[in-house]
Design a protein around this ligand. Structure first.
Ligand code: HEC
Ligand code: HEC
Length: 395
């Protein structure tokens, strides 16, 4: 991977302002600067980072002693703004109501399914299953994470929904999911004084505030609080050279390397992108072509990798069980290795040792930060039990 040149450093320092620049400088002084006048190398330097990669048996140097040369792309720390629609500004009262509703199975016709049944907080807001029940117009799909969903503009794997408020309608009313009607939901919630109080606090207007629209607004406000931005990767970029282990730093270098192209689609700081790409996961799912006349068959939105270690299995159809399997899939040239063509031109495959594979997976683990996870209610306000907690041994 290419070392960061002094010139690109200056540009990014200008972007980041004085405080950011001071931190960056500290990072780079540990690592030493590459010459400013030197032209960019025509061919990429070897993928292994600036440290001689230790063999498994050799003693690892302490992270603090490592050069922490960061690829310029890694220095983009500007998250897209969290924008709520003008008629639904986020307030603590709405987010609190949304938190209660998210975990309450009273919203479903059976009184047995909540949003959290599928978007489980112990599973990175997914559910550990390959796919969920099919929705109209699409085969069953893997449950996507809700971390940082506030910054996603085209929701669902195929990008067919444009707001969190609108998105909530589908699971609440689909016969294969919570199967409720707006009338049922309103009637049940109005009969629970604790909810009437919370709706009033959030929207005003007494019992009249308990409407289906306000249910979707509160759920959206809650989801806009699920932000994950302070992983060990972020602290490393901010100048804490000890925040990543040697292995994770090797994985970082691979992730941002011109061989793997990972960071060109999964762009920091969200490690996502609002484009639809064909990587060639084998399935019957039309993806973007199913919802847009200009959509390409088999194209899906580039999903975030924040907290991705928590939400296995992977891909729109949950067909890859582990991050190591995902890395192997890309190394083999993604869909091309399975007779699916054409795939995105960035996916040409690359050489990968067993060590590289674990390094890349380790780097993705370092994108984990679940500290903003709001507390899960002990009991739902309806009196029903909340989704049982899953104890994930990987945690
Ligand atoms: C039965 C399982 C299930 C339940 C219950 C469920 N979801 Fe989902 N959710 C899914 C699946 C599957 C998708 C992906 C659908 C697709 O892409 O076609 C999804 C997608 C989403 C997305 C889009 C995320 C993204 O990154 O594009 C949001 C937001 C969401 N759900 C919120 C909710 C809320 C709020 C509730 C409760 C009202 C809820 N879900 C209940 C399975 C479920
Ligand atoms: C051409 C753009 C592109 C490149 C390059 C790319 N990805 Fe992806 N990635 C995607 C898309 C699109 C998906 C979703 C595809 C699907 O579900 O069918 C995805 C899915 C994933 C997932 C699963 C996420 C989830 O929640 O299920 C992981 C993990 C991942 N990529 C890691 C990587 C790594 C590591 C690399 C580099 C080796 C990489 N990606 C390179 C576009 C890309």
């Amino acid at each position: 991977m290419g070392a960061m040149s002094g010139c690109s450093l200056e540009r990014s320092m200008a972007r980041r302002g004085r405080a950011g620049a001071a931190r960056l400088l500290a990072v780079l002084l540990i690592g030493g600067l590459a010459g400013c006048g030197a032209p960019a190398p025509p061919t990429p330097a070897p993928v292994t980072p600036t440290v001689a990669a230790p063999t498994a048996a050799a003693a690892l140097p302490t992270p603090a002693a490592l050069p922490a040369v960061l690829p310029p792309a890694a220095l983009n720390t500007q998250f897209p703004p969290v924008v709520a629609p003008p008629d639904n500004p986020t307030t603590p009262q709405k987010a609190e109501l949304g938190r209660q509703l998210f975990y309450d199975p009273v919203l479903s016709a059976s009184n047995a399914m909540a949003c959290a049944t599928c978007h489980h907080p112990d599973r990175g807001f997914s559910n550990g299953a390959p796919i969920s029940a099919p929705r109209p117009g699409a085969p069953g799909r893997n449950v996507p994470t809700l971390w940082n969903v506030a910054t996603v503009r085209h929701l669902q794997w195929d990008g067919r929904v444009e707001s969190l408020e609108a998105q909530a309608i589908a699971p609440l009313t689909l016969p294969s999911e919570m199967a409720a009607t707006p009338q049922e939901i309103e009637a049940e919630l109005r009969a629970i004084p604790a909810y009437v109080e919370l709706f009033d606090a959030a929207f005003g207007g007494g019992p009249q505030a308990v409407t289906f629209d306000n249910v979707t607004r509160a759920l959206a406000a809650f989801q806009r609080t699920l932000l994950s931005r302070d992983s060990r990767f972020d602290r490393f970029v901010a100048g804490d050279a000890a925040a990543l282990t040697v292995q994770e730093q090797r994985g970082l270098a691979l992730f941002f390397s011109p061989e793997t192209h990972c960071a060109e689609c999964h762009q920091p700081p969200t490690f996502a992108h609002e484009t639809f790409r064909v990587i060639g996961v084998s399935s019957e799912d039309p993806g973007r072509a199913g919802v847009s006349p200009t959509g390409v068959r088999g194209a899906f939105r580039v999903p975030t990798l924040r907290n991705v270690a928590r939400s296995a299995p992977y891909m729109h159809n949950g067909s890859l069980a582990t991050l190591e399997e995902v890395v192997q899939f890309y190394a083999e040239g993604a869909g091309q290795a399975h007779g699916i063509a054409p795939v995105d031109p960035l996916l040409k495959g690359f050489d990968l040792s067993g060590q590289d594979k674990s390094d890349l997976a380790a780097f993705m683990w370092a994108l984990t930060d679940e500290r903003a996870l709001p507390a899960v209610p002990e009991q739902a306000l309806s009196g029903l039990p909340v989704t049982p907690r899953i104890v994930n041994p990987a945690r």
